[in-house]
Design a binder for this molecule. Sequence first.
Ligand SMILES: Cc1ncc(COP(=O)(O)O)c(C=O)c1O
Ligand SMILES: N[C@H](C=O)CCC(=O)O
Length: 440
Amino acid sequence: MSLNDDLFARAQAAIPGGVNSPVRAFRSVGGSPLFITSANGAYVTDADGREYVDLVASWGPAILGHAHPVVVDAVQQAAARGLSFGASTPAETELAELVEERVAPVEKVRLLSTGTEATMTAIRLARGFTGRDLLVKFAGHYHGHSDGLLAAAGSGLATLALPASAGVTKATAAQTLVLPYNDLDAVRAAFAEHGSNIAAVITEAVAANMGVVEPDAGFNAALVELAHAYGALVILDEVLTGFRVSRAGYWRLDQVRGPEHPYAPDLFTFGKVIGGGMPVAALGGRADVMDHLAPLGPVYQAGTLSGNPVAVAAGLTTLRLADDALYARLDAAAASVSEAVTDALTAAGVAHSVQRAGNLFSVAFGSFDGPIRDYDTVLAQEAWRYPAFFHAMLDAGVSLPPSVFEAWFVTAAHDEDVIGRIAEALPAAARAAASAQPPA
Ligand SMILES: Cc1ncc(COP(=O)(O)O)c(C=O)c1O
Ligand SMILES: N[C@H](C=O)CCC(=O)O
């Protein structure tokens, strides 16, 4: 028994499933999750003192690498000035201004603590602004764990094969129309039938919670055009992609992909990188919509720790360090790792698709006709090959997301040496995936 195993046994007695977020539980890959005691640069160290190359990066936020000294210093200085005031601070406005400067359609920003709060508030605001009830979401997209968003959600629900969550009332579930991703005909049909009662369409800027699945070129732009034709809003969920794939998130990368560019979603949600590893999230968008939030308008949102000064210091410092050169480095690291994955799997004779968008990527096992475009295809893959692949990588000192349905994350600290260690581990993992057997 390792110390990790002991800690997991103890945690399971004290915490449901031993984890504080289900995706950490290793349920689809088996074994005890890692209990991390420290992290630095591209590495995490577990309770047994074993160091791993980390491709989870706190599920996205750690773009600079773990414990970046400038960020840690900013956090320490902010903490020394006081942990929380329950009052406004100058840095909150600086962070809001920085988001508005980078993401052109965002005219006003409200800070919150989690991505879940951001999407939940965005939906309430869209309903309050339009006076309508229905919400459109796409199968396989994950927007956090508020009630109306848990149908056909990716991430942990995909991993645990949960089509929805217990505890969501039928009335709430009935207000969410779940449509197949990348299917504009389905969106057109939904608007044709329910258009006068649809408040908003929410979409991940690029789906990255069912593995990475890019929107077709022009898809996000067409959503905006369609929704606006019916008086509905579009919420672009950039909780995962915002400030991770470029200085202005996926929205900026998308501007050059579609025929309809530029397009302007009404609301954006941010999380993860905007907090630099601490709990900051944001809702931003058109001023006339945002001004419906209390205290100006009737849509209520609040938070004791919203805009927490220590967390904002981490986020602001991280964003200021994230320049175009940093994103170029992340893109190059993602390209190298994803090419190494393809080379190893191909050499082992494992059919697969490496799905990539900017510096985000994931692997799907099986034969596909081109890049995957929807959740049904994601679910039909040979997911049973992943546990063997995952554990072979872990044994070789590389920590991957413990689910085939999650994206892999590189950091600026993933330099040539680190990528070399990943590349060395891949051939044995690919052979393990090749000899994996489907469940009986
Ligand atoms: C696209 C997206 N939206 C929303 C969320 C929810 O964010 P949080 O986990 O901070 O509540 C996540 C991830 O968890 C996400 O990936
Ligand atoms: N896929 C999720 C976020 O993007 C994973 C994070 C979590 O839910 O703990």
